[in-house]
Write a protein that binds this ligand. Structure first.
Ligand SMILES: [Zn+2]
Length: 344
């Protein structure tokens, strides 16, 4: 005998409760199979209709179909609700939760300092040139008035690659390469800087690394004097180290300039009063500079009678050390993220 209609009604209630509790399409399908599947109770009731008295069969069958339609509709609605809930859950955004941290890349402090330096000179009308890191001795030394056996060659412990080829020990050869090409056109014929890597066979210590960065600068034209140099370098120092910065020039020797000078800036730690950082002098030396040696101009066929120029060169690590108060240049190359993260 098939279950009575009351029994069926209560079975259907149970299945609907299960359907309401179902949270996934799988759970819903299980509940649905219990009622409407091949072995579900509606199917089995249908197959037992023949056991009923003939006059009961029609009413029972009609009620069975009504239950079947009702349940199918119920499961369709429930399936829509479940998929809508899943979609809402996937799209849910809680603005009060902490965000997912994204690891941001950043510029290395030396790269950042280099870009800052370049921007300052570009803003004053300087062009930017680069040159090869592997350089002919001719450009690295000879044309810069450092002939073979000149003692200045000993000051720059050089990596020799092949006869006549070195890893450049400074960015100054770029000056020569530019002057060779750009000549005698206007009043100011060259106004350039050259940033880049340079190499010296130095034992690493607090102020030396075998590879470091330099920025070289050059201005050549008619009537260019040390006053032009002073103004530009003052302007640069104020823009790089801060508006209160003052500069001081003192005589120094470099083979490719005459007269040569060393430029110091006021110590930012003590504002020139004297402290440990500036060794109580109030000044920190940051670069070499001077009027381009007439021989260097002659070497590239520029007449020193008609033209004059000044040049400077400095180490970017040194500048960054002074600016950021970094005690040891090696820290820039150790890639300790705790150190590097302090610069943005
Ligand atoms: Zn100081």
């Amino acid at each position: 005998m098939p279950p009575s209609l009351e029994e069926l009604a209560s079975l259907i209630k149970e299945v609907q409760i299960d359907a309401r509790r179902a949270e996934t399409p799988d759970e819903l399908a299980q509940a649905k199979a219990r009622a409407l599947g091949g072995r579900g109770f509606l199917k089995s009731a249908l197959s037992q209709i023949k056991d009923l008295a003939p006059e009961e069969r029609k009413a029972y069958g009609q009620q069975l179909n009504a239950y079947k339609d009702e349940l199918e509709e119920y499961f369709r609605r429930r399936a829509d609700e479940i998929s809508a809930a899943a979609k809402a859950k996937a799209e849910f955004f809680d603005g009060s939760l902490p965000g997912t941290r994204v690891q941001m890349g950043r510029l290395h402090p030396i790269r950042a300092a280099m870009r800052h330096i370049v921007d300052i000179f570009v803003s004053m009308g300087f062009d930017v040139f680069t040159g090869p890191e592997m350089e002919y001795e001719k450009y690295n030394f000879d044309l810069l008035n450092i002939p073979q056996y000149h003692p200045a060659r000993d000051d720059m412990d050089t990596f020799f690659i092949l006869p006549g080829l070195v890893l450049r020990t400074h960015t100054s050869p770029v000056q020569v390469r530019v002057m060779e090409k750009i000549r005698k056109r206007e009043d100011v014929i060259v106004q350039m800087i050259s940033p880049g890597r340079v190499f010296r066979r130095d034992r690493p210590d607090a102020t030396h690394t075998p590879c470091f960065h330099q920025v070289e600068g050059l201005q050549v034209g008619r009537g260019i004097s040390m006053a032009n140099m002073r103004w530009i370098l003052d302007e640069f120092a104020r823009k790089f180290f801060g508006p209160e910065t003052r500069t001081r020039l003192r005589p120094d020797y470099f083979p490719f300039v005459e007269p040569g000078a060393e430029l110091a800036v006021t110590c930012s730690m003590c504002e020139g009063k004297g402290c440990r950082v500036c060794k109580e002098t109030g000044w920190i030396e940051v670069m070499g500079c001077g009027m381009v040696h007439p021989q260097v101009l002659l070497n590239v066929d520029i007449s020193p009678d008609d033209y004059s120029g000044w040049a400077f060169g400095f180490g970017v690590e040194r500048m960054a050390q002074v600016l950021y108060q970094v005690p040891d240049a090696r820290m820039f190359f150790e890639n300790d993220m705790r150190f590097l993260r302090q610069f943005s």
